[in-house]
Design a protein around this ligand. Sequence first.
Ligand code: ZN
Length: 452
Amino acid sequence: MSQARRFPNLISSVIFPLQEKLKGHTTVADRRALEQSQWWSPERLEAHRVERLRSLLVRAGSHVPYYRDLFARIGLDPARVASTADLQRLPFLDKPLIREHTEALKADDARGLVRFNTGGSSGVPLIFFIGSERVSRDVAAKWRATRWWGVDIGDPEVVLWGSPIELGSQDRIRRWRDALMRTRLFPAFEMSDRKVVDFIAQFRAMRPRMLFGYPSAFAHIARYAQRTGERLDDLGIKVVFVTSERLYDHQRALIEQVFGAPVANGYGGRDAGFIAHQCPHGSMHITAEDIIVEIVDAQGRVLPPGQSGEIVVTHLATGDFPFIRYRTGDVGTLGEQPCGCGRTLPVLQKIEGRSTDFIVAQDGTVMHGLALIYVVRDMPGVSAFRIEQESLELTRVRIVTDDDFPQDGDERIRAGMKARLGSAVDVVVEHVVQIPAEGSGKFRYVISKVKT
Ligand SMILES: [Zn+2]
């Protein structure tokens, strides 16, 4: 929407967590504790999880109106929860429920609630809240994972991320953040050759120890370097962290070859939390101290390790705004074998996440699909969408809307799309009851038939 709306979003999503890191409040202590507990015996870890689950549910039952009502209705006494399997007595939480009960999900004693807006690549927008306890835990979990790869907070980091508006107009904020942390944020949306050349020059001057961002974006830069014969394996990069999208094997191979550094995959989101991260032995370790992962079938039954189903998460540090049995919409499998690295944290074996196509504006500008997703994501009343670029001249937007969708919503979507794709592009907005599923394992919310 307006820049004014996005401005606090940038502060909360980028600067606030960075400040937290710098100030280190509980984050430092949390990270140290996590570095101990990653080696605990499975029994000790499980006992710790049950204790944390019980205290989350006890707090939810006494301070969160939605759960107070729910526990009364189903007759659950949270103080008697004795295993993580007791979670199965509770119904799932999904995006429509969060939308419907946003206020009732806030704890009456919540601390530091910050509003978030997600649905970047998921096709289902969501507004929700995060309290300070959770920010600290999520930052600590990410920090632990970067240390698995020999990089630490304060090491120079390139972050390829964000919306063009957030990044373009906030130079003052950017300088402040850059001064705080040795992190430099690059807008991942416009990916023309000219931009890529500029990115590479800045990477070279900065010599980052780590890269962080979308696999599709780093693969795009790698392809350019390969095509032009430019070397990127001499920049001193130790590891490339990728997240938010499905990582394909061909992308991993290309990025590793061109940047001369291993790719470490991460799975999670602002809504669901920092769910799992890859260790140097190759396993995706679940942040088990904070997150209980259940894999469920289409009927909602919990599946054993080795079987594929929807990933459902309970985030144990969300007492301020609980995420309990939250349906991610992603598909995955729990691993059966312990990892060779010796960490006892359980392993997520396979994740069939989403992928995002690149799109091409009429003037030839190549952009990450998120540039279009942001247009729809910020619109109230959109519960699902898919964007299809049929040709350079025609883009189709299918949306499922509810009563909150504004009267001029179609017009605003068309205007936003044209601002990015070109004013002469025909943008067709179609209202549908449901977004039809693609073939199995495919979750694309931006599809382009234009070759980039
Ligand atoms: Zn491992």
